[in-house]
Write a protein that binds this ligand. Structure first.
Ligand code: ADP
Length: 161
């Protein structure tokens, strides 16, 4: 069985992430979406909230599992006996960071962990969780960026509506 891990902050999940999730889930037998518990970032949603949001947003997709992790991705992947990481690429600005991470992970894993990149669908190339939070914090419309229930949760966090 071919399994891949799609790690990220997902704070919160956007249509850009969901597009990558759908496409990766079509290729792999199983896709583990792993919410990174990053102590250096102050997220809008807790890890538990982000896991729950991802579960609800992907409930129609059978071969997906949502988990969370902290620490090194290579250690987590080794623990799961998974050898492929999925990441998304939006623009050249993502590339440098992603290339460095992919090469570091390959090295740290003793060349056992590869990263597979999905290029963004054009309509989502501008989309990031940060932009969505920024728009929503001013009461702007984010209905084209995230599922409706996620939009409501973001507005709730900002005390809007
Ligand atoms: P990070 O893990 O860097 O904190 P995110 O959780 O926002 O970032 O994103 C996880 C992965 O999804 C990254 O590889 C990122 O490039 C990708 N991604 C985010 N938004 C999009 C999008 N709109 N289209 C394609 N890929 C995306």
């Amino acid at each position: 069985m071919k399994t891949a891990i799609y790690p990220g902050s997902f704070d919160p999940v956007t249509y850009g992430h969901l597009d990558i999730i759908r496409r990766a889930a079509d290729i792999f037998d199983e896709l583990i979406i792993s919410v990174l518990n990053n102590v250096r970032k102050t997220p809008l949603f807790s890890v538990e909230e982000r896991v729950k949001i991802l579960e609800d947003a992907t409930k129609d997709m059978p071969n997906i599992r949502i988990e969370s992790f902290s620490g090194l991705l290579v250690d987590y992947a080794r623990e799961k006996d998974v050898h492929v990481i999925v990441r998304g690429l939006r623009a050249i600005t993502d590339f440098e960071y992603e290339l460095q991470n992919a090469q570091t992970n390959r090295l740290l894993s003793g060349e056992e962990l590869d990263t597979m990149f999905f290029t963004t669908s054009l309509q989502y190339s501008y989309l990031s969780s940060t932009t969505v939070k920024e728009i929503a914090s001013y009461g702007g419309d984010v209905s084209g960026c995230v599922p409706e229930f996620v939009a409501e949760l973001i507005y709730g966090k900002f005390g809007i509506r």
